[in-house]
Design a protein around this ligand. Structure first.
Ligand code: ZN
Length: 433
C-alpha cells in the first residue's frame, strides 16, 4: 500500500489521540457510571456487578426500542444535552443518542486524528467548497460530517438528501453551480448525482468533474474494490467512514485500513452471543469510553466484522473490517459471507451501480447495474463469482437506474443486497429499511 504523501499525522492529531485515550473510562467504570446514572442500565444491570464487566449482558437493539429514550439519558447531563439523534433503525429498532455540545464537538474533533485531514486541508486550500449530501433525518450523519468538514476549513453546503427538497436533479444542479472540491455522500447517491449531472448539465459537467478531488462516504457498506473503482473512474480520493449514531468509532486511514478509535472498547461475539474476545471475526459490540450523556455499554451494533492488530505507519494499533450485517450473513460451503465478500468479487471487474444477488439451491443470480463497466465485465464477474463461491453464477447486466431510480429521492437504504432463498437460509431480513 502506497500512502498518499499529502497525508500526515499532525501534532494536533497525536495530541487528540493521546487526550482521548487519557480521558477514557475503563469499560467497567463506564458500566458502573451507566448503572448509577440512567434508568435503563439501573434496571438492565440490576442483578449484575459492573465491576465484573465480562459478566454483563450485551445490549441488543430491540431492548432499546421499547424504552423511553430519556431512560438512556444520564441524569447529571439532562440539562446539558443539546442534540438528539437516532439510527435509521434498519432492523426496526432505532437507537437513540443524546449529545452535549462538548460531546458533539469532541466527536467531530476526534476525526482530526485521521491523517487524511492534511490531504483534505490541502484540497480545501485550492477550493473551499464542499457539498454535504448525507442524510439529516434523525441521523447525525449529515450534521456531524458538516461539522467535521467545517473543522478542516471548508465552506459547507449542507444539502442533505432523501427529501423532496433535495432531489438528485437539485443536488446535481448544486454540484454544477458550486463546483465543490469534496462531496460527502453514500456511494449510491454519489453515482446518481454524477449521472444526472452528465445528463442535465452537460455544459457544466467537465468543469465540475475537474474540480472534484475527494468523496467522503458513510452510512452504507462499501467494499475495498468498490472504493478503488470509484477512485479510478472519477480520478478522486475516496474516503470510506464506518460510523454509527453516536459517533465515529473507527477512522479510515491512508494506510488502507480502518482503525478502531482509542475511545472505544470493541468486543466480538459469536452466533450465540458468547464473547470471542477483542480480536478475530464475529458480531461487533462496543463500549464508548468517553460518552457520558448516553452511555453505550456492550452495545451490539451487530455487524459481522474482523478486528486485528495493525502495523499502521501512523501508529494505530487495531484495524476493523466490516463484512455486513450479522443477521444477513450467508453460509456458502461452510464459509460465512456477506455483502463485502460479494462486492470485492463484483467490483474487481468494473464500476457498477447498485446490485442484488439472490442465492438459490442450485446457484446464484446476480443483477448488476452498469455504470462504467468495460466490455465483457459481466461475463468476468459471473466466472469470478462461480470460482469464488463454488456455485454457478448468472449475471444480468441492466442499465443504471433499474434497481435504484437515480432521479428520485431514495426511500430506503439498500441493505438486503445478498438474499439467501435456500431452505437452509438463516438470514433474518430487516422489517424496515
Ligand atoms: Zn493506518
Amino acid at each position: 500500500m502506497v500512502v498518499d504523501p499529502r497525508c500526515r499525522m499532525t501534532l494536533r492529531g497525536r495530541f487528540l489521540r493521546a487526550l482521548a485515550a487519557r480521558k477514557a473510562f475503563t469499560p467497567a467504570r463506564m458500566a458502573a457510571y451507566a448503572k448509577r446514572h440512567t434508568a435503563f442500565y439501573a434496571e438492565f444491570y440490576r442483578d449484575h456487578d459492573p465491576a465484573d464487566f465480562a459478566s454483563l449482558p450485551v445490549l441488543r437493539k430491540h431492548l432499546v426500542k421499547e424504552r423511553d429514550p430519556y431512560d438512556l439519558l444520564a441524569r447529571p447531563l439532562r440539562d446539558k444535552v443539546v442534540y438528539y439523534g437516532e439510527t435509521t433503525g434498519s432492523t426496526g429498532s432505532p437507537t437513540p443518542a443524546f449529545y452535549t455540545a462538548k460531546e458533539f464537538r469532541g466527536a467531530t474533533l476526534l476525526t482530526l486524528i485521521s491523517p487524511w485531514c492534511t490531504l483534505l486541508r490541502e484540497v480545501l486550500r485550492e477550493n473551499r467548497t464542499v457539498l454535504n449530501g448525507l442524510a439529516f433525518g434523525f441521523t447525525v450523519a449529515g450534521m456531524s460530517f458538516g461539522d467535521l468538514l467545517k473543522n478542516v476549513g471548508a465552506l459547507v453546503a449542507n444539502t442533505g438528501c432523501r427529501s423532496t427538497l433535495a432531489t438528485p436533479p437539485r443536488i446535481a444542479r448544486g454540484i454544477a453551480r458550486l463546483r465543490p472540491s469534496i462531496v460527502a455522500a453514500t456511494p449510491i447517491d454519489f453515482l446518481s448525482w454524477m449521472r444526472v449531472l452528465r445528463e442535465d448539465f452537460p455544459g457544466a459537467e467537465p468543469e465540475a468533474r475537474g474540480k472534484l478531488r475527494a468523496l467522503l462516504m458513510t452510512a452504507e457498506l462499501c467494499g475495498e474494490e468498490r472504493v478503488k473503482r470509484l477512485a479510478e473512474h472519477f480520478g478522486i480520493v475516496v474516503i470510506d467512514v464506518y460510523a454509527c449514531v453516536e459517533g465515529f468509532f473507527s477512522l479510515p486511514c491512508p494506510c488502507g485500513e480502518k482503525h478502531v478509535l482509542p475511545a472505544y472498547h470493541a468486543e466480538l461475539f459469536d452466533d450465540d452471543l458468547g464473547c470471542i474476545g477483542t480480536e478475530g471475526t464475529g458480531r461487533f459490540a462496543f463500549t464508548n469510553l468517553l460518552k457520558r450523556s448516553t452511555p453505550m455499554v456492550r452495545y451490539l451494533l451487530d455487524d459481522l466484522v474482523t478486528i486485528s492488530a495493525s502495523q499502521c505507519p501512523f501508529g494505530f494499533r487495531k484495524s476493523i473490517v466490516v463484512h455486513g450485517r450479522h443477521e444477513l450473513t450467508v453460509r456458502i460451503r461452510g464459509e460465512k459471507v456477506n455483502v463485502r465478500h460479494f462486492e470485492n468479487v463484483i467490483f474487481a471487474h468494473g464500476l457498477f451501480g447498485d446490485f442484488r444477488a439472490v442465492i438459490h439451491e442450485d446457484g446464484m443470480a446476480v443483477t448488476l447495474e452498469d455504470y462504467a463497466a468495460p466490455a465483457g465485465a459481466a461475463e468476468k464477474v459471473a466466472r469470478a463469482l462461480t470460482s469464488r463461491f463454488g456455485m454457478p453464477a448468472e449475471v444480468d447486466l441492466v442499465p443504471f437506474g433499474t434497481i435504484t431510480d437515480y432521479r428520485e429521492p431514495r426511500k430506503s437504504k439498500p441493505i438486503l443486497k445478498v438474499e439467501d432463498r435456500r431452505r437452509a437460509s438463516t438470514q433474518e431480513p430487516p422489517s424496515l429499511l
